[in-house]
Design a protein around this ligand. Sequence first.
Ligand SMILES: Nc1ncnc2c1ncn2[C@@H]1O[C@H](COP(=O)(O)OP(=O)(O)OP(=O)(O)O)[C@@H](O)[C@H]1O
Ligand SMILES: [Mg+2]
Length: 352
Amino acid sequence: MRVGFTYNMRRAASSPEDDDPHLYPQHAPGISGLDNFAEWDDEQTIADLIDTIGKYHEVVPIEANLAAYEKLRDTRPDLVFNIAEGFHGVARESLIPAMLEMLAIPYTGSDPITLGLCLDKSRAKEILAFRRVPTAKFAVLHAWPLNGQLRHFDYPMFVKPLSEGSSKGIWNDALVHNHTELKKSVEKVWQTYQQPALVEEFMPGREFTVAMLGNGANVRVLPIVEINFSVLPKGALPVYSWEPKWLWDNPESPLEIYQCPAKVDHELQMKIETICRKAFNFLGCRDLCRIDVRLDAEGEPTILELNPLPGLIKDPTIHSCFPKAAYAAGMTFDEIILGIIDAACQRLGIRQ
Ligand SMILES: Nc1ncnc2c1ncn2[C@@H]1O[C@H](COP(=O)(O)OP(=O)(O)OP(=O)(O)O)[C@@H](O)[C@H]1O
Ligand SMILES: [Mg+2]
């Protein structure tokens, strides 16, 4: 097959492409030079994916900028392998899939609606709550005054940007115990990330992330990854915030923060798998997703959020949960990528 590959690349040095308004009219908000490109994939990841897809198919790399539409229209791949995070707004992950829908070109992964719903964490949580899939109580704060929006739950609360990923805007001050701390953290989200703040009940228990591959009732749950907070520096919050993800864990001094397979008893494993299958299907996810789960005060699993475009970093020494789970299942990187392509082809009825 001819497989298009759509991506956004975080370059090591600032590049003229990124600053060219004809290619990227706007960028995601954040702290310049620190986290505004955090969601994009690095050059090595892009190279590894081109190389891997290219071993089995003719690969057509297409950077997901304003020139992408014409390239897709002109090259018309048989299938697009999409990892593009997009560049601005809550529909940013939906931009390429929407173009592909318009061009009637099939692609891997979820459709624009699911990508948008999952990126706005409150919309995803509304659907989960309606379907009675456990998720923390929450409110979306746009402005003061509160007008009783937080009256249905208590401190401590957790404050994060409504629609970011890669722990952007989630630092150790995300956990708040009183109105003064809440105000400070909420205003920081508004100012730095130019979007509403999502305020949630704090889930105090263990944390897991669950990689899923396939579709519908047959979606495969890969070995569960537990986030092992015991390796964090003394005094650090037991949350997978910006600090452990980007500051304290690096190839020179790796943090052994993933335990996979997670040490969970059969009952907890079944509960986690069941709510993840429900979340995957109620949100309309396709082919692959990574779902974050945390236990509440009673030890019951709740869904934190869904990542229908999970990171796919090949190097096992760099922490990337989806490949970590697949490697624990005995898969190779090639098998992960071919598994995603197979899932899409089966769903679409495409013969390879
Ligand atoms: N309600 C909550 N209670 C406790 N901890 C939370 C809560 N919400 C988020 N966290 C912590 O913050 C981390 C990051 O939150 P979340 O997964 O929503 O952010 P993200 O930026 O979308 O993450 P990702 O890197 O998976 O894209 C979680 O892994 C968890 O440790
Ligand atoms: Mg997460």
